[in-house]
Design a binder for this molecule. Structure first.
Ligand SMILES: [Zn+2]
Length: 106
């Protein structure tokens, strides 16, 4: 179980979310990547984890319209494409951060 971030900032013009973690790490996650990684049942098969969302259907000018804390374990994002059912746990955000820090494959 990860501790909650100490701060989350949305940089709308850069379409980027900046997340400060209690261990000092700062993750910068692009909106399109976040939206494409939406873990909700409509975007991802609950059993296989296979993506159901066509990433090319995500508007390139996607912006965040809202953030809602869900208890102390997750945050829910609402996007300008009308989607707002994605619940990102801290674990999910950390994992996306790990992936964004990892050197590109190939
Ligand atoms: Zn979704």
């Amino acid at each position: 179980m990860n501790d909650p971030p100490t701060n989350i900032r949305a940089h709308q013009s850069q379409q980027m979310l900046e997340i400060d973690w209690p261990d000092g790490r700062v993750d910068r996650l692009g909106y399109l990547g976040l939206r494409g990684s939406c873990p909700c049942a409509g975007c991802r098969d609950e059993w296989t984890g296979e993506p159901l969302l066509d990433r090319s259907s995500i508007p390139l000018d996607l912006k965040l319209v809202g953030m809602e804390n869900i208890g102390t374990y997750a945050v829910k994002f609402a996007w300008t494409d009308g989607h707002s059912s994605g619940l990102f746990s801290w674990e999910t955000l950390r994992r996306l951060g790990d992936e964004s820090l990892a050197p590109p494959k190939g």
